[in-house]
Ligand binder design. Sequence first.
Ligand SMILES: NC(=O)c1ccc[n+]([C@@H]2O[C@H](COP(=O)([O-])OP(=O)(O)OC[C@H]3O[C@@H](n4cnc5c(N)ncnc54)[C@H](O)[C@@H]3O)[C@@H](O)[C@H]2O)c1
Length: 269
Amino acid sequence: MDASSPMLKDKVAIVTGGGDGIGKGIALTFARFGADVVIADRNQIAGEQVAEEVRAVGRRGEAMTTDIRDFEQVKAMVARTVDELGGVDILVNNAGGTRHMAFLDMGEAGWRKHIDLNLMGLFNCTDAAVRAMIDGKRQGSIVNISSIEGLRAAPMYSVYAACKAGMLNFTRSMALELADHGIRVNAIAPDFIGTPHTMPSMTPERIQGVLRGIPLGRIGSVEDVAGACVYLCSDLGAWTTGITISVDGGTWASSGWTRDDKGDWSLFQ
Ligand SMILES: NC(=O)c1ccc[n+]([C@@H]2O[C@H](COP(=O)([O-])OP(=O)(O)OC[C@H]3O[C@@H](n4cnc5c(N)ncnc54)[C@H](O)[C@@H]3O)[C@@H](O)[C@H]2O)c1
């Protein structure tokens, strides 16, 4: 990606889960496009490493160790961001996740655990950051990292699908509620993104299976997601709010069509 034009120059961005995977990709891309970045990750060592990489490209990078499930920690992280970096322009609600799990094996505890991480974390960070944006009279931008599983059925990931779908309609609702404050709220729905977390379990056969359903014929990268974030958080996206960008190589559009062994599109394999 060409960062010769600093489209996020001097904006202050908070990226939750910015210590690894997609969040790390977003944090480093934001820095290359001119933003100062707070890495709000519960993993202190990972956060410090990414903050160091942000500083290496000449921007301010701060690791503020935060568990997004803990509202007090989140409020303290946002207050520190305002004190040390002057305000909040951008929030990327990225930290989240799931495990493969049958609904009947999940139980109440498993359900709550997912809600805590994926939806309570979303509330905590959005509440604290929006108040800081309004107090600081910032024309803020919020990006919620949902998933293609928030758009389609996801057997064995039912609670994750519920959380990620909830995130998408929360995005639309908040876009309307916050429009008068000049704060834009959008979402990204990625398909499979290659990260240090997702790739180790992928055998060549599994990768081949995944690729059958991705029209562009490759697995996504963290930079693919980061590129959409730069658009949404810069002036390029100044008239964009309440939308979901599918960063998925065309999977959502293909809607069940997959390539057969000859590479032809088919609904029946
Ligand atoms: N990787 C994919 O294929 C994919 C696809 C679609 C959507 N997503 C979504 O993108 C987001 C990032 O996914 P990823 O694969 O990069 O994740 P990851 O597991 O690789 O990285 C997540 C980061 O978040 C941090 N984190 C976890 N729980 C936290 C908490 N409670 N508080 C603060 N930090 C926390 C971790 O320490 C880690 O650094 C998630 O919301 C995920 O649901 C991922």
